[in-house]
Design a protein around this ligand. Structure first.
Ligand code: ATP
Length: 517
């Protein structure tokens, strides 16, 4: 409802996800495992559909992008070469009173977000005051309070960036102290030193302890692509520029895992590495920023839910990087990263493996180590973005309420429900007949329990775009009622036209056309 707080809304979304078979806490009967989740019968369908949409948009729509499926385990030197053994750390800090652990960078970012919220409030106030004549840019560049707050943000950012660049963890702690950041639990400023913590999980390969060696669960899927660069290039006779795409599990021992499936310890990534000629990276970086935003926008959500955020502190491998942020119920947060990774990865794998990882350019007759633009998105975060944006609690005209998931039709777990009005008079048989025709193209559900109203509500709650109701008239004139999830409008249509209507509305093709045109 309109006056619900975003915190309550988020809680409702989480319980809805559980109640309707989207997401369960992992090993729940043992009280769960922190930041690990299982996808249920509807969740796994939605997740699969999102993955498929990403895959088709990358691999099927681009002749110069191919897909692979690399193993989770990799030779341990991979992670030396990639820099993860030495540099895949987060700065952590504990509050001595609450004994709670935080990421120092997140504490500072949250503080910055609060200042930013003050600016937004000021802007919105002015917008209401000035009405049509309001010019946001002029206001932002002239209003004293906005300028003062913006100056604060810039100064903190600069100080924080400098501290991270030289790895000065005492200075990071000092920033937290100077900003008077308190622990949200204890409310005190009693902080420990800031320390670095490596996020990779490790395990042993081999059964005999003397012979076993430490290997890592991959913290990103990208390295499986880099080490296969030449295999794919040669066997696929790929010419630069070309890309390699992959989806799969990644693992990070996150310090603070919260916000449901936003930050998990086991999650899934969808990554694409695009290999290019050195010197062309800024052009391709811009290209992929545009392409990826278009993909997100093709889902039909309001444009205001996405924004770009340029990285202040570049990762050890990047010379330009940004995030596509999404407006989650807990604020704008990273959904996807787009990084210009230079020749860092391939160059280092050359060094550590002693094997040449170069591309022979037939036009110039020269060999070089390609540069790379990467697009990297978390499948689970994308799932959460879609779930939270689709979720709506509505009051209906007759005073009743419903929860509906307005999931883009082509991604919905169940595409159509077939419902006999009553459980007798030959209606179930007729409904089954329709179901048996539809099931070859779409995942459909047959339901005969409870009143038709209750069944509609259940389908709304899992985001089924269409319900087909078979009633007595169906037996006479071969027509059924089709009910639309979003408008709740019901229409009488011929049985013979159901398939065409469904194909028109739920086919992924339409969305793919939109982004490739
Ligand atoms: P964050 O700053 O939120 O920790 P990151 O910058 O470390 O993320 P990347 O290394 O760029 O993330 O990973 C690419 C994508 O993988 C992210 O945009 C995000 O969607 C996803 N991702 C990263 N870590 C997690 C996680 N712990 N749980 C779920 N998804 C994740």
């Amino acid at each position: 409802m309109s006056n619900i707080t975003s915190e309550d809304l988020f809680k409702n979304i989480i319980s809805h996800a559980k109640e309707y078979g989207f997401i369960f806490q992992s090993s729940e009967i043992y009280d769960g495992l922190s930041a690990v989740y299982d996808y249920g019968q509807n969740g796994s369908e939605l997740k699969k559909n999102i993955r498929e949409y990403w895959w088709k948009a990358m691999v099927q729509m681009n002749e110069n992008i191919v897909g692979i499926d690399a193993a989770i385990f990799m030779h341990p030197t991979t992670w030396k070469a990639s820099g993860h053994v030495d540099a895949f750390n987060d700065p952590l800090v504990d509050n001595k009173d609450s004994k709670k652990r935080y990421r120092a960078d997140v504490l500072i970012e949250d503080h910055l977000a609060k200042i930013e919220a003050k600016i937004s409030k000021e802007v919105e106030k002015a917008r209401t005051r000035f009405g049509d004549s309001f010019n946001e840019e002029t206001f932002r560049t002239t209003n004293a309070r906005v300028l003062e707050n913006q100056k604060k943000i810039d100064e903190i950012n600069m100080r924080f960036k400098n501290a991270l660049e030289v790895g000065d963890l005492n200075e990071v702690r000092q920033i937290i102290i100077d900003l008077e950041i308190v622990c949200p639990v204890s409310g005190t400023r009693n902080w420990t030193d800031v320390r670095q913590f490596n996020l990779m999980f490790n395990t042993q390969l081999g059964s005999v302890s003397e012979e076993s060696s430490t290997i890592y669960l991959r913290p990103e899927t990208a390295q499986g692509i880099f080490v296969n660069f030449l295999n794919v290039q040669k066997t696929g006779r790929m010419k630069i520029p070309f890309g390699i795409a992959q989806t799969g599990k990644a693992f990070r021992n996150e310090i603070v895992a919260r916000q449901f499936i936003f930050r998990m310890r086991e999650f899934e990534q969808m990554e694409m590495q695009f290999f290019i000629k050195p010197g062309t990276e800024m052009e391709w970086y811009k290209h992929w920023k545009d392409v990826r935003l278009k993909w997100h926008r093709s889902l039909g959500f309001p444009e205001t839910v996405h924004r770009f955020h340029d990285h202040l502190k570049l990762a050890h491998y990047a010379n330009a990087a940004c995030d596509i942020e999404f407006k989650f119920p807990f604020g704008f947060k990273e959904l996807e990263g787009i990084h210009s990774r230079t020749d860092f990865d391939l160059g280092n794998h050359e060094k550590f493996s002693g094997k040449k990882l170069q591309y022979f350019d037939p036009d110039s007759g020269q060999s070089y180590v390609p540069y790379v633009i990467e697009t990297s998105i978390g499948l689970d975060r994308m799932f959460l973005a879609i779930l939270s944006q689709s979720y709506a609690e509505e009051k209906l005209e007759d005073g009743s309420e419903r929860v509906v998931l307005r999931i883009p039709e082509f991604l919905a777990p169940v595409k159509c429900a077939v419902l006999p009005l009553v459980k007798k008079d030959g209606l179930p048989e007729k409904a089954r007949e329709i179901m048996d025709r539809l099931k070859f193209d779409h995942l459909c559900q047959y339901e005969e329990k409870d009143s038709i109203g209750k069944r509609y509500r259940r389908q709304d709650a899992i985001g089924t775009p269409f319900c087909i109701t078979v009633d007595h008239q169906t037996l006479e004139d071969q027509t059924v009622t089709i009910r639309y999830r979003d408008s709740m409008v019901q229409e009488r249509i011929e049985v013979g036209s159901i398939e065409k209507i469904l194909i028109d509305k739920v086919d992924m093709k339409k969305a793919l056309r939109q982004i490739s045109g």
